[in-house]
Structures are given as C-alpha cells and as structure tokens.
Design a protein around this ligand. Structure first.
Ligand SMILES: NC(=O)c1ccc[n+]([C@@H]2O[C@H](COP(=O)([O-])OP(=O)(O)OC[C@H]3O[C@@H](n4cnc5c(N)ncnc54)[C@H](OP(=O)(O)O)[C@@H]3O)[C@@H](O)[C@H]2O)c1
Length: 353
C-alpha cells in the first residue's frame, strides 16, 4: 500500500506519537510511505473545521504543526504552535515563514461567507500571498484545500478558488490541490427539525443531486498523506468518503430510519429558489446591501441542483464511480453519533451549503 490511509485511522485512535513511532508502526503494519513525513508544517485556516482536523492529524503523526490565526485558540495551542497574526498582512506572513523551515504549507483558508468580495479577499488573495511567501521562504510543497464544485464554476467563490488553483499549478512549487465532496456538517442541518417531528426538506424529488460525504477526520488524513505520497504531488485530487453516493432523499430516509420514524418529506420546487434569487438580484439594484443575500440565494440554488461528484467533461454528467473514495467514516455513522449525543455539529457559516 503506497499511502498511509489505513495507518492513519489506526494512528488517530492512538495518543500523540512521535514521528519515529508512527513510521515504526506503519512499517510493522506492512505499510510503506514514499517519503518520510516532514518535521514541520504550517497550516493556514486551522481555526476552521477542516484546518483544525488537519492540524490535529499532523500533531498525532508527530509532525510539528504551526499555524497563524487571527485570534488565540487554546485547543490548538494544546497541540502545536499558534502564532496570532493578521493574515491579511503579506509581510507578516512572509516574515513568519522565513523564520521557520517549513517543509510544506497546507492552506485550509476559506471565506466564511462565500460572498464575492470576501471570497476574492480570502480564497484568492490570502492564498496568493501565502504562496508568494512560501516560495520566497523556500517552502517545498503547497497543499490546498479546494472544493469539487469548482469543476462547474458559476459562483464568485468558485471562480476565486479556481483562480488561485491556476496560480498555484503554474507556480513551479510542488502542489497538491484537494477537491473534496460534501462535508458532514453541511449535511447535518436537518437532524434537529426531523427529531422535532418536522418533514425533511428536499428539492424536487430529492434525487436531483448526489454526493459521497467525507468526514473531517478522513479528509484530514487524506490531506496529511499528500505530504508523503508522491502520487498526490502536482495533481488535482477529487475525493469523497467511503461507500455509495447518497442523494438527499437517501440521507433523509437514513435519518428517519435511525430515529425509528416513518419518512416524511416536503418538496421545495427549484423554481421557487429561482424566483427568490431573481427577486433579490433585482432588489439589490435598489438596496445594494441585498447583493450579499442575492449571492447566498444563488449559492443555495447551485447546491440544490448540482451534485458533488466528479463531472465527466465528455458527457457533462456527474459520475459517482469516477469519484474516488477514502476513509471509513460514513454519514450514517455520523448521524447515529449525533442522535446519541456523542458528537455535536458546528455548522459554521457555510450552513447554506
Ligand atoms: N462545506 C462543504 O461541504 C465543503 C465541501 C467541499 C469543499 N469545501 C471547501 O472547504 C474549505 C474549508 O471549509 P471549512 O468548512 O473548513 O472552512 P471554515 O470552517 O469556514 O474555516 C475557514 C478558515 O479560514 C479562515 N479565514 C476566513 N476568512 C479569513 C480572513 N479574512 N483572514 C484570515 N483567516 C480567514 C478562518 O479563520 P477564522 O476562524 O479567524 O474566521 C478559518 O480558519 C472551503 O474552501 C470550502 O469551500 C466545503
């Protein structure tokens, strides 16, 4: 086995190990990695959902993880080094990168709102600053958390992400661009309403879209493996979680089944979203503040009708079989854990997804 996915699951179940212990355990399990794990890695966006999972994963593998955050964060400080810095300052970022000998930068930065200005400021500009600083500091590898939806870039935040992907791929630096499907947090928004006896909301018949949901931990392990697995270098890497693709109707059916309730769905016509988005767009001409809401409506409309699966450019169709899988945690296990109170969901600002 070339990568450390199986080992990562095992390692995540262990207390923090140093790097030598991790490698020894991997070898004892018959796993080989292409390259030794780097000693020190910089994670940007470590206060976010996936950035935090990546930071944790690196620390568990015995890699020294360093992050720059806008605010102090005690749970990250307990694991690695946290430097509080206004990331908007390219000079500060470059100075920090120069002071360390990072083998890699992993960027999990993302606009928290998805609105056009913020997306270009964060998904494009902050990443672009980080890339320039990484190059100047002699960092060898830049790993980017992107999104599978940039395959069909209709929204401002997708165009901003794609612009940075293009810049990174042309930079001459070793890169890994990870494009995941849907996160568990984005598919957990209806658990409370279903528990409260309300119907599960679907668009159309609930089978218009599908995705292969991926857990934070499985995605973090996949991203960490990009550092050592040569077959993930200088590539764009679409990635989903384990098992078959799930439609929203199937997600709802699974949720009702776990709760021991008869399935009850309420269908929202896509046309209603079109009308709302069009009205907000018109209203934004008069009240510019509504432009943000208009963009959020467009984002909602996009995800109501586009699958988070690999798009076949020849047919223009989404292809579940062509969407690679990783990890072992399923959305259904996650629903069960939420229902039993073993995990809580922080849906964050991307709840519209
Ligand atoms: N949700 C999904 O289902 C899904 C699926 C596929 C791909 N994705 C992609 O995955 C990526 C990461 O998602 P996530 O949920 O982990 O993100 P998140 O929880 O929203 O975290 C965003 C991170 O970026 C930082 N950030 C945002 N604006 C900043 C600014 N102006 N200056 C400095 N730092 C800033 C945040 O720092 P603060 O804590 O200081 O705000 C935080 O660390 C996104 O690109 C998203 O498109 C999402």
């Amino acid at each position: 086995m070339r990568c450390l996915e199986a080992a990562a699951k095992f390692i995540r179940s262990e207390a923090a190990l140093d790097r030598a212990e991790v490698l020894a355990k991997c070898r004892a399990m018959g796993l080989t990695c292409d390259h030794d794990a780097p000693a020190e890695v910089c994670v940007l966006g470590a206060t976010g959902t996936i950035g935090r999972a990546v930071f944790t994963e690196l620390c568990r593998r015995g890699i020294r993880a360093v992050t720059l955050t806008r605010q102090a964060d005690k749970s990250l400080e307990a694991l690695g080094t946290v430097i509080v810095s206004p990331l908007s300052s390219a000079e500060d970022l470059a100075a920090v990168l120069r002071q360390h000998r990072f083998a890699a930068v992993i960027s999990c930065l993302a606009s928290r709102t998805g609105t056009p200005d913020d997306a270009w400021a964060v998904d494009y500009r902050l990443n672009s600053n980080a890339l320039a600083a990484a190059k100047a500091a002699g960092v060898g590898h830049f790993v980017l958390l992107s999104a599978l939806c940039v395959q069909k870039p209709r929204l401002a935040f997708q165009q901003a992400k794609l612009a940075f992907e293009t810049e990174l791929a042309a930079s001459g630096l070793r890169y890994s661009i990870v494009r995941p499907t849907a996160f568990f947090k984005s598919l957990s928004g209806q658990i409370d309403r279903v528990r409260a006896g309300r119907p599960f909301l679907i668009f159309g018949n609930g089978n218009l879209t599908a995705c292969k949901p991926i857990s934070d931990g499985d995605l973090a392990a996949y991203i960490a493996d990009c550092l050592t697995c040569e077959d993930r270098w200088n590539r764009i890497l679409p990635i989903g979680g384990p098992g078959d693709a799930l439609t929203p109707r199937q997600q709802g059916e699974a949720l009702f089944s776990l709760l021991g309730m008869a399935p009850r769905f309420r269908s929202v016509p896509l046309q209603l979203l079109d009308v709302i988005a069009a009205m907000l767009r018109l209203a934004a001409r008069v009240v510019p503040a509504l432009a943000v809401k208009a963009e959020l409506a467009r984002i909602g409309r996009y995800y109501a009708s586009e699958s988070m699966l690999v798009l076949d450019p020849a047919t223009g169709q989404y292809d579940a079989d062509a969407t690679p899988s990783t990890g072992s945690e399923t959305l259904i296990d996650h629903y069960q854990a939420v229902i039993e109170g073993r995990v809580t969901v922080d849906r964050g600002d991307h709840a519209v997804f």
